[in-house]
Design a protein around this ligand. Structure first.
Ligand code: PLP
Ligand code: COI
Length: 343
């Protein structure tokens, strides 16, 4: 078994966001209407039927969360019950069985503990990314929900998702939609990401960090980034973020809304963000578990390039929000009740 940790010392400060095979993952099978107890395994391969609904009809969903090493050596999870609940909302949308919340938390904690050596040290700004997922499996060919499922959780150490971390980068407003108005945009399902691969590639080929999607019904309002939600700070210090049934309900975004209001004293508003009214914002950013906060320097909208705070400097409100969020996640700043779950 190739174990990178044994063959080389990881450069914890410069990890990026790539697959690293860690030692243990959790796996549980669903058969005859029941989840089995589940177990930790070292095998990172799945042996599934060629007829699995996950392979043909996209019957699968996933979550993204992180474990953080605190200064005192303890391990923090950030609002993990929110991920358990969102996974189950995604499951329900795709007619998959839900996974009990307490079992989800237990599985996540067990995988994190079993891979404890892979958690980046405190002070490196890196963390252990946790990927829970569920797939429809079993012998099938018709377009219908599977009878059998697999739920699994694997982990790997990661650094910044967007190059540079807390450094502004530019994004491209896509002419494609990632989700339909009454489709699966609010669920964390693979099909949304499959739809974002081509627009994402087009953006990256033109040196942008990622695509930004407009509302699929009118293509006039910003919805979200390919792998993160969008927020803007207005000139009169309002934290504004799009509201839409076709974007993913970001746990990071919800947390920033609370912090903006209660720790920074900003007004918070969820509403329409018209792409032709970007002048109202002095700062903008993309936020999510993987992205943390990626400041948006400039946004390409058709032939126009709109610069927010600066293309090379991060705005002060974004810095404050980032410090507050990351400080809480690593345990340096007092967390609101229930936000930190110790492993
Ligand atoms: N939007 C999309 C499309 C995402 O993939 C993610 C990442 O999970 C987010 C938003 C941010 O959600 P969260 O803050 O819960 O990670
Ligand atoms: C996350 O932030 O956890 C995501 O799932 C985004 C991306 C890696 C798909």
């Amino acid at each position: 078994m190739i174990n990178e940790k044994e063959t080389k010392q990881l450069d914890w400060e410069n990890l990026g966001f790539s697959y690293i095979r860690t030692d243990f993952r959790f796996i549980s099978h669903y058969k005859e209407g029941q989840w089995e107890e589940g177990t930790l395994t070292t095998d990172n391969k799945l042996h599934i039927s060629e007829g699995s609904t996950a392979l043909h009809y996209g019957q699968q969903c996933f979550e993204g969360m992180k474990a953080y090493r605190a200064k005192d050596g303890s391990i923090n999870l950030f609002r993990p019950y929110e991920n358990a609940q969102r996974l189950n909302r995604s499951c329900s949308r795709l007619l998959m069985p839900t996974f009990p919340e307490d079992k989800f938390i237990e599985a996540v904690k067990n995988v994190v503990r079993a891979n404890e050596d892979w958690i980046p040290p405190y002070g490196t700004n890196s963390s252990l990314y946790i990927r829970p997922f569920m797939i429809g499996v079993g012998d099938n060919i018709g377009v219908k929900p599977a009878d059998e499922y697999i739920f699994s959780v694997f982990v790997m150490p990661v650094g910044a998702y967007f190059k540079g971390g807390l450094k502004p980068s530019n994004f491209l407003v896509s002419t494609y939609d990632r989700a339909a108005p009454r489709g699966t945009g609010a669920a964390k399902v693979g099909g949304n990401y499959a739809a974002s691969l081509l627009p994402g590639k087009e953006a990256k080929d033109r040196q942008f960090s990622d695509a930004v999607y407009l509302d699929p019904a009118t293509q006039t309002k910003i919805e979200e980034v390919g792998a993160a939600n969008f927020f803007g700070i207005t000139h009169d210090n309002e934290f504004v973020t799009p509201v839409s049934p076709s974007i993913l309900a970001s746990i990071t975004k919800r947390s920033l809304m609370w912090l903006a209001e209660n720790r920074l004293g900003l007004t918070v508003r969820e509403g329409d963000v018209y792409v032709d009214k970007l002048d109202q914002f002095k700062e903008a950013g993309a936020c999510g578990t993987a992205a943390v906060i990626a400041p948006i320097g400039g946004l390409q909208v058709g032939d126009d390039f709109h610069v927010f705070y600066s293309e090379d400097e991060v705005g002060p409100v974004t810095v404050q929000l980032y410090n507050e969020l990351v400080g809480i996640q690593f345990g340096d700043i007092e967390a609101p009740e229930g936000w930190i779950e110790k492993v």
